[in-house]
Design a protein around this ligand. Structure first.
Ligand code: HEC
Length: 126
């Protein structure tokens, strides 16, 4: 009996580890506040360009492809497609991730803030 429940506990732990992809860790409500850092330049939920391109439909989109927005050549030629991984790399250090791109933003350095921001973006940009 003891042995069975120990086995079950091990299985549950393994399942939790597998079922915990990056985005599930974030808190979208907190992420919305972090998005205040982006709002001067970006709209998340409408096809409206400001200083930066609209982020509507961001996930699965190729970098540098919003109609009517004048991107840098660096962004157009980056070859990136936006998903949780590429966004993490870019938003942590935009200048280093896409050298020569024209987004003036220092980067999100805290891992938990990044998870929260991505959780918000995944919902808001649908
Ligand atoms: C000072 C204005 C500014 C701020 C602040 C800013 N951005 Fe940007 N962002 C830009 C500009 C300009 C570009 C286009 C870069 C280029 O073409 O080189 C861009 C590009 C992007 C792209 C690529 C979009 C695409 O269509 O390929 C993403 C994603 C992005 N920003 C997300 C964010 C997020 C999230 C934040 C906040 C954490 C943020 N940005 C903060 C100006 C800004």
């Amino acid at each position: 009996m003891k042995r069975t429940s120990l086995f079950a506990a091990v299985l549950l732990t393994a399942a939790a580890a597998v079922a915990g992809p990056a985005l599930a860790d974030g808190d979208a409500a907190k992420g919305e506040k972090i998005f205040n850092k982006c709002k001067a330049c970006h709209v998340a939920d409408e096809a409206k360009n400001k200083v930066g391109p609209s982020l509507k439909g961001l996930f699965g989109r190729k970098a540098g492809t919003v109609e009517g927005f004048k991107y840098s050549d660096a962004m157009i030629n980056s070859g990136l497609e936006w998903n949780a991984e590429t966004l993490k790399t870019y938003l942590a250090d935009p200048k280093a991730a896409v050298p020569g791109n024209k987004m003036s933003f220092a980067g999100i350095k805290k891992e938990d803030q990044m998870e929260d921001l991505l959780a918000y973006l995944a919902e808001a940009t649908k």
